[in-house]
Design a binder for this molecule. Structure first.
Ligand SMILES: O=C1O[C@H](COP(=O)(O)O)[C@@H](O)[C@H](O)[C@H]1O
Length: 243
């Protein structure tokens, strides 16, 4: 077994990870201190089952959909119907009869390039938050979901890229993304992702053993820099944790 990050729950398989994440998400939205709850979604393939579960019997009736606003941690600068788009993935996972009120899905703009999209999304977040500066006592998100890329990236914070060092902006353009296909991206920065009552990494499958091993060895991977003003935890399945 790989030495796992502090505050890890080891899951039997990917289905168990998705179910536990759905329970955690429901706990975070129902315990949100204000009238609204804010969730920051991760992209990629890992969270797809979680999103589908939320819209399915057993979960759909337990989510206070009218209260929840859904944001994105990152996306590629491609049309929202492109197979590479996280918007498309999330829409497909929630399904045609999506329970999400359309005005509660806050997509990252992708039609005017990475720079303009990043500043437009920062404005969206600041309007929702009601301030230009993040107050650790009043987190922006109730829950931030994160994934772990095979190269150790999280959101679209890739090894060696300037966005990693961003301390002021909430959202950053990533003109040359670090993984194929090389499509420009837009990402929330570490300070924005950390402004959460809970930050939760979801990690499944044998493809994640290498970055988990490298994190355990103390390598300076982007995912190692994720923090939270609240709790930071990991749900990792056995397949990923196998040595
Ligand atoms: O590029 C991305 O990759 C990570 C990990 O994705 P996965 O397919 O390995 O689960 C993801 O968290 C990020 O949002 C996505 O844009």
């Amino acid at each position: 077994m790989i030495a796992l990050p502090r505050d890890t729950e080891l899951m039997a398989d990917a289905e168990a990870t998705a179910r536990a994440a759905a329970e955690h998400l429901i706990e975070m939205v129902t315990s949100a201190p204000g009238e609204r709850a804010a969730i920051c979604l991760s992209g990629g393939s890992t969270p797809k089952r979680l999103y589908a579960l939320l819209a399915s019997p057993g979960f759909v009736e337990r989510v206070p959909w009218e209260r929840v606003h859904w944001f994105f941690g990152d996306d590629r600068v491609v049309p929202w119907d492109d197979p590479l788009s996280n918007v498309r993935m999330v829409r497909e996972a929630f399904g045609h009869a999506s329970p999400v009120p359309p005005t509660h899905l806050h997509f990252i703009p992708s039609d005017e390039g990475a720079e303009i999209g990043a500043s437009a999304y920062a404005a969206t977040l600041k309007t929702f938050y009601g301030a230009d500066a993040l107050d650790p006592a009043r987190p922006l998100f109730d829950l931030v979901l994160l994934g772990l890329g095979s190269d150790g990236h999280t959101a679209s914070l890739f090894p060696g890229k300037p966005a990693l060092a961003e301390r002021d902006a909430w959202v950053a353009p990533v003109p040359e993304a670090g993984m194929e296909p090389f499509v420009p991206r837009i990402t929330l920065t570490f300070p924005a992702l950390a402004s959460a009552r809970s930050v939760l990494f979801l990690v499944n499958g044998a493809g994640k053993r290498d970055p988990l091993r490298r994190l355990a060895a103390g390598e300076d991977l982007p995912a190692a820099h994720a923090t939270s003003v609240g709790r930071l935890s990991w749900f990792i399945d056995r397949d990923a944790a196998e040595a």
